[in-house]
Design a protein around this ligand. Structure first.
Ligand code: R5P
Length: 299
């Protein structure tokens, strides 16, 4: 039975203080539901609206990718420096501790391999399973201009509709086939279509010219993939320029986990994404961390 003893009338109603209506600053996301916003706020740091998502989902179509042969060994030391982890349900269940405090962005499309047509994907994960795994967002690949463009947009719609029922945002990943040019015109087309179809976040590639137009034309946060492994300075420069030109962060994989020192590299990328460091400062940080880690290994 409820305790009715010593019930007192409330006194502190702060009658002279208007109730605050908390704003939600993430681009294009102000009208979303509370649960959706809360999940996005776990991925994008509310202090600057940026994110460093660590992408380790590559095995879903290319098997044991270089650097990801043993996710259980390589990835745990990187997790403290990432804002979110993008991965498949198989990797999440089998190799990542359930005590992880970072949000999981769950890849839910797949169904092809590097041996076949890459755009031929299906929705491989039910919303029920995503909920069981406590996913903070659902990632689906969209191949604008690809052989299976229509099916991939259908996958995006299906995933977004399911996620919307439960307040789970969708990350649309713009997949590019070998035959497509990654210029601002193409990336602008692909990212805008994803956002118009309801994606809450869009992942794309950086382009040297007019990336700011791609970012401006996409009404929701844009994050960039790292793409193939580059020399560290170039990767940091790309991340820096993307942020300066309107990206809300990176969803980077190979340029971190294929680096000679992934722990140093993830911190260097973080300093660009969150620390407002220039590429040169981040590169210095990379070398300092790498050197100090080497020294401590030899002590
Ligand atoms: C690619 O299809 C995967 O979704 C990767 O997560 C994505 O390409 C980002 O990884 P990376 O920085 O290695 O390009």
């Amino acid at each position: 039975m409820a305790d009715f003893e010593d019930l007192q009338d409330g006194k502190n109603f702060y009658l002279d203080v208007p109730q605050t209506s908390p704003a939600f600053g993430l681009k294009g996301c102000g009208s979303l539901e509370w649960g959706m916003k809360n999940r996005l706020a776990r991925i994008f740091d509310p202090s600057d609206g940026h994110t460093l998502m660590l992408a380790i989902d590559h095995g879903y179509f290319q098997g044991p990718t270089t650097g990801l042969e043993r996710i259980d060994v390589v990835i745990p030391p990187l997790i403290p420096f990432a804002d979110a982890l993008m991965l498949t349900r198989g990797t999440l269940r089998s190799t990542i501790s359930a005590e992880m405090q970072k949000p999981a962005v769950l890849r839910v499309s797949g169904g092809q391999s590097i041996l076949k047509e890459l755009s031929n994907e299906l929705v491989a994960v039910d919303i029920d399973d995503a909920l069981r795994l406590n996913a903070s967002a659902l990632a689906v690949q969209v191949y604008i201009g690809g052989v299976h463009e229509h099916e991939s947009i259908r996958n995006l719609s299906q995933v977004t509709n399911a996620g919307n029922r439960y307040g789970i945002p969708t990350l649309a990943v713009t997949g590019v086939g070998k035959e497509l040019t990654r210029d601002a015109r193409y990336l602008g087309l692909a990212t805008r279509i994803c956002a118009e179809m309801g994606a809450h976040v869009v992942k794309t590639y950086f382009c040297e010219r007019n990336f700011e137009r791609v970012a401006a034309g996409c009404p929701v946060p844009l994050v960039i993939a790292g793409g193939k492994k580059l020399p560290e300075f170039e990767a940091l420069q790309m991340a820096y320029r993307a942020i300066q030109e309107g990206a809300a962060g990176v969803d980077m994989g190979r340029n971190i986990f294929q680096c000679e020192d992934p722990v140093a590299m993830v911190q260097a990328v973080r300093s660009v994404v969150h620390g407002k460091e220039s590429a040169a400062q981040a590169y210095d940080l990379f070398h300092t961390l790498k050197a100090s880690r080497r020294t401590s290994e030899h002590v």
